[in-house]
Ligand binder design. Structure first.
Ligand code: PMP
Length: 402
């Protein structure tokens, strides 16, 4: 996998005169040349607004934009291309469901279940909805190891449950949740399930039909694609029955002052000029992943995780937060007596990029009684040597600060 680094020009840069060691991939991954070139090629060759034009540039841009929809369909195993809605990212995809399906289907006294390890973007939209509808938000507890108990989850399910919104892979702990089993249990009580795939889409094989989730959300920028584009997958019959989200151009069939009719799927949920360039470049990212193969990537990342876990555990005073049996590609940790932010600053001086803080999971940090963690998260271009640099940096940090 060393050759793959050549595809990522940013990995060659220096930070504070040191070679960059980029271990903040769970926040956003770096972009391969294919993605950078797809963006530049669009703007320098066929920039045009899509869907409405009959001129050549508009046709080319429309074809490229729609080609990404097919690539996404393939990437997540959706039954139909109409089930792929482009959004700004995971956050907007979840909010779309909360504002449309949620407003239509949640009544007073209904229950929505989320877990204690959700990202704020899979908490706050449901809190807003529950407050508006006098519905109840229930939380699946997180164990000391950073896992969800399926048994405790099942005890929360009842005929009052209308929706379960679950993260497939925790961005703060790396835990992989048993979503298939949890979806099946939710369906038994008639609830719908939304899966937050922001972290899972890049690491795991995603097959929404096999998973049988009702909604699935992910962001382009975490799968080696551009920022500003993401995906909402929804089962066709749900998307068809849901009310519209934003009103404007493209999402309509016919507008008159008396009555407006709405467009077919997927355009019904894509009002206004979309993020054409980034959506087109997302296909380059998905092609890049499939060109290498998820299986090969997974093996490489598994080896990095095992190595990092062993090496970091050996550092005196270092405690790994989140020791789930099923984990992917990140290690969250604290070092006794040192604030995570101080560690982050000193590592940056050595050219090492990690994330520190609550990782947009404040309730989870509260559950562990900590202000935050240091998080090192890995991607396909990371190397074992970079973990050695991190470990050496941590030893230096400890020497300086304790
Ligand atoms: N959910 C999880 C688990 C995440 O890690 C993130 C991004 N940190 C989000 C949701 C939100 O994604 P975005 O900011 O791209 O909308």
């Amino acid at each position: 996998m060393k050759d793959v680094r050549l595809q990522f020009p940013i990995l060659d840069r220096l930070v504070k005169d040191k070679p960059l060691v980029y271990l903040d991939n769970a926040a956003t991954s770096q972009k391969p040349l294919a993605v950078i070139e797809a963006l530049s090629h669009y703007y320098s060759h066929y920039n045009a607004n899509i869907h409405r034009g009959i001129h050549t540039l508009a046709e080319e841009a429309t074809a490229a934009y729609e080609a990404t929809r097919y690539a996404v369909q393939d990437f997540i195993g959706a039954a139909s291309v109409e089930e792929v809605i482009f959004t700004r990212g995971t956050t907007e995809a979840i909010n779309l469901v909360a504002y449309t399906w949620g407003r239509q289907n949640i009544q007073a006294g209904d229950e929505i279940i989320i877990s204690g390890m959700e990202h704020h973007s899979n908490i706050v939209p449901w809190q807003i909805l529950c407050a508006e509808k006098s519905a109840v938000l229930k939380i699946i507890p997180v164990s000391d190891k950073g896992e969800l108990s399926v048994q405790e989850y099942k005890a929360l399910l009842s005929e009052k449950t209308k929706l379960v919104a679950l993260v497939q892979v925790s961005n703060a702990l790396g835990t992989v949740n048993p979503v298939k089993e949890m979806i099946e249990a939710a369906h038994q009580v008639g609830a719908k399930v939304l899966i937050d795939g922001a972290q899972s889409a890049v690491h795991l094989d995603i097959d929404v039909q096999q998973m049988d989730c009702d909604f699935f959300a992910f962001s382009g920028h975490k799968v080696y694609g551009p920022t500003g584009v993401g995906v909402l997958y929804g089962k066709k019959e749900l998307l068809e029955a849901m009310p519209v989200f934003q009103g404007g151009g493209e999402m309509i069939k016919e507008v008159s002052f008396e009555r407006t009719t709405y467009n077919e799927l997927p355009y019904k949920y894509e009002a206004g000029t979309p993020n054409i360039a980034d959506t087109i470049a997302l296909k380059a990212a998905l092609d890049f992943i499939s060109g290498i193969g998820k299986e090969k990537i997974r093996k490489h990342e598994e080896a990095l995780l095992a190595y990092a876990t062993a090496e970091l555990s050996a550092i005196p005073g270092l405690e790994i937060v989140g020791q789930a049996k099923e984990k992917v590609s990140l290690v969250s940790f604290n070092i006794k007596g040192i604030h995570p932010q101080d560690i982050g600053i000193l590592l940056d001086n050595l050219g090492i990029a990690v994330r520190t803080g609550h990782h947009c999971t404040q309730p989870l940090m509260k559950r562990f009684g900590i202000p935050g963690t240091v998080r090192a998260s890995f991607a396909l271009y990371n190397q074992q040597e970079e973990i050695d640099v991190l470990v050496a940096g941590l030893h230096k940090t400890i020497k300086m600060l304790s």
